[in-house]
Design a protein around this ligand. Structure first.
Ligand SMILES: [Zn+2]
Length: 311
């Protein structure tokens, strides 16, 4: 996976001065990764994914550079932008024009691909909320699992029922969710951050306007959110399985080292019903111990969560 070391030859002062451009450059690479997430699943030999990603971010950078040329006269700034956005000399374009990946196609593909992000986003949230549920239960465990998360999303209907079968369809069933999660696993923190910024209940975050050139602060926020999700996802574990960690660091795309989840704290609500279910044996035990004690009742947090339960 990439190491975001493209800027190592540039001075810190220069990078600070062109911070917005660095943000766009990183974001354009992120767009390319969302369209072609690793590991590769293409049939081409040799694999074309990396080349495609490079072409996508190159075209997006070039669009930005052309825009900057229109609004800036400062030649020093423009030569800095050319260097940072890796824009080659004119002669390069004539030679390579036919090999280019047009940015309008990137935009079109991205909007189409966004429809597939929903399942990966929902399952990512379910994994995190399930972990919170176990933490708040009497077990006090940090655990989660993909199969249990799917059960929360789809209900735990027995395998052979018609209902279960209909939930296996190609466009929204468990299999579809599993497939999409597998496909987007390496970028699911980016997807979760992107979708989070769109949620109307998080109004304080303005919607990220993709493919426009005046949203550097939103991109910065998006990257910080992504880093926050990555940090949380790396803590998830499924005990009693061969591979305990749900995500290994190498399975989830790293972000540049200067992106830190500063001032990000997203409240994670437990699943109220699931919490009740986990606590049930404990409640039963308590009640059988001493019938005169007040019945163990779910705490306030759990009741609040019941109202908010929705993923
Ligand atoms: Zn490939």
């Amino acid at each position: 996976m990439i190491l975001w070391n493209n800027y190592r030859l540039l001075s810190e002062d220069f990078l600070r001065q062109h911070h917005d451009l660095v943000l766009y450059d990183v974001f354009h690479q992120v767009v390319a990764f969302l369209l072609h997430p690793p590991p590769c699943r293409c049939d081409a030999t040799p694999c074309q994914c990396d080349l495609l990603r490079k072409k996508i971010s190159f075209s997006l950078n070039l669009d930005l550079f052309n825009f900057l040329q229109e609004i800036h006269e400062d030649s020093e700034f423009l030569s800095g932008a050319r260097l940072l956005l890796k824009v080659p000399q004119e002669s390069y374009f004539q030679k390579n024009y036919t090999q280019a990946y047009p940015s309008w196609l990137t935009e079109k593909n991205f909007h189409e691909e966004e429809k597939n992000f929903k399942a990966a986003d929902q399952l990512t949230w379910a994994l995190l909320r399930l972990c919170k549920t176990y933490q708040l239960s009497y077990l006090r465990e940090t655990r989660t699992s993909i199969s249990e998360s799917l059960e929360v999303i789809f209900g735990n209907t027995p395998v052979k029922t018609k209902q279960r079968k209909s939930s296996q369809d190609a466009h929204g069933g468990e299999h579809f969710y599993k497939r999409q999660f597998k496909r987007y696993k390496s970028v699911c923190h980016l997807i979760a951050a992107l979708q989070f910024m769109k949620k109307p209940k998080h109004k304080k975050y303005k919607e990220l306007v993709l493919f426009s050139w005046d949203q550097a602060d939103q991109i910065e926020h998006f990257l910080r959110l992504s880093a926050w999700f990555r940090q949380k996802l790396l803590l998830l574990q499924t005990p009693n399985t061969k591979k305990k960690d749900v995500f290994l660091p190498e399975e989830i795309l790293p972000l540049p080292s200067w992106v830190v989840p500063h001032e990000i704290d997203i409240p994670m609500e437990p699943f109220a019903k699931k919490l009740e279910e986990i606590n049930a044996p404990f409640v039963e035990y308590l009640n059988s111990k001493d019938p005169n004690t007040i019945l163990f009742s779910n705490n306030e947090q759990e009741n609040e969560a019941r109202g908010a339960e929705r993923i």
